[in-house]
Design a protein around this ligand. Structure first.
Ligand code: SAH
Length: 260
């Protein structure tokens, strides 16, 4: 990969690249993300970024973990942004590596706002969000002409770990034919109940996609009425996406990963 025949921007010392690592499979990294990882002096990475991706770092790069691990409290967002500022001021090439896309439920905006405020140059390298890559690896199309003309990404989890209060379930039930919940596993029963109460059919198909694009990807197919019990009875391990809508039915024909 040394001679990528594409002109890549210089990773200047004293700048920060905020990079999306994609959902897990290293093959889903962009060339720009790989270039950044290979040239960074310091990589500050999150829990969702796997070893398979970190290993592209230079041999003498410093790797700093910024996620939750082993029951220890995670560094708070302020500590992480403070750290990025210190490293950049120290003239390092700083790579902030996040799972999926940095701007999709990834707090990338908060970090970039701080860098902007401190007058530190940064670049944002988008990644394939789990909400897109995960569906592709489960054989579930985001849209088909027959099922949905819109897709909605929703977080199932607010800053205090609860289902956000400001979700308009009625509007979602009426106007969002394909729903993709991030961080929803802990509250799947509540999510399913709210959608049913707001008018969605109890038999509507649901897919739970765990560890999407990783070697241990698991997909559970259920319905709105059964999904909470099915998850409770399963051995599914987060991270997981919850997909609600008729697009889920296509998996039967499009599951290229496990049926091939
Ligand atoms: N920025 C990330 C999302 C961060 S929020 C992105 O764009 O993908 C964390 C949530 O993302 C997880 O709780 C889960 O819902 C989802 N997620 C991330 N990676 C995943 C994966 N490999 N498989 C399934 N869900 C994933």
């Amino acid at each position: 990969m040394e001679n990528i025949p594409i002109k890549m921007p210089n990773f200047e010392p004293g700048t920060v690249w905020v990079v999306g690592a994609g959902p897990g499979d290293p093959g889903l990294l962009s060339l720009l993300a790989l270039h950044g990882i290979q040239n960074a002096d310091v990589i500050v990475y999150d829990a969702l970024v796997g070893e398979d991706i970190i290993r592209f770092a230079r041999e003498n790069a410093v790797l700093e973990y910024a996620g939750k691990r082993g029951g220890k409290p995670s560094p708070n967002q302020k500590d992480i942004t403070d750290r990025l500022v210190v490293l950049a001021r120290d003239k390092k090439r700083v790579l902030r590596l996040k799972g999926g896309d940095p701007f999709v439920f990834g707090r990338g905006a908060e970090e970039c706002l701080r860098l902007a405020k401190e007058n530190i140059s940064f670049r944002i390298v988008p990644g394939i969000t789990a909400g897109i890559g995960g569906l592709a690896y489960a054989g579930i199309p985001m849209t088909t002409r027959g099922t949905n003309s819109a897709v909605t990404f929703i977080t199932g989890h607010n800053a205090s770990g609860e289902v956000p209060d400001d979700i308009n379930w009625k509007a979602l039930a009426d106007g969002a034919p394909a729903l993709i919940f991030f961080m929803g596993m802990a509250h799947i029963g509540r999510i399913a109940d709210q959608l049913k109460e707001a008018g969605r059919s109890a038999t509507e198909p649901v897919a739970i996609i765990c560890k999407a694009t990783m070697p241990k990807q698991q997909v559970l197919i259920s319905t709105l009425q059964n999904c909470a019990a099915d998850v409770a009875a399963s051995d599914l391990i987060p991270p997981a996406l919850i997909v609600v809508g008729d697009i889920v039915n296509f998996r039967e024909q499009l599951d290229w990963l496990t049926s091939g």
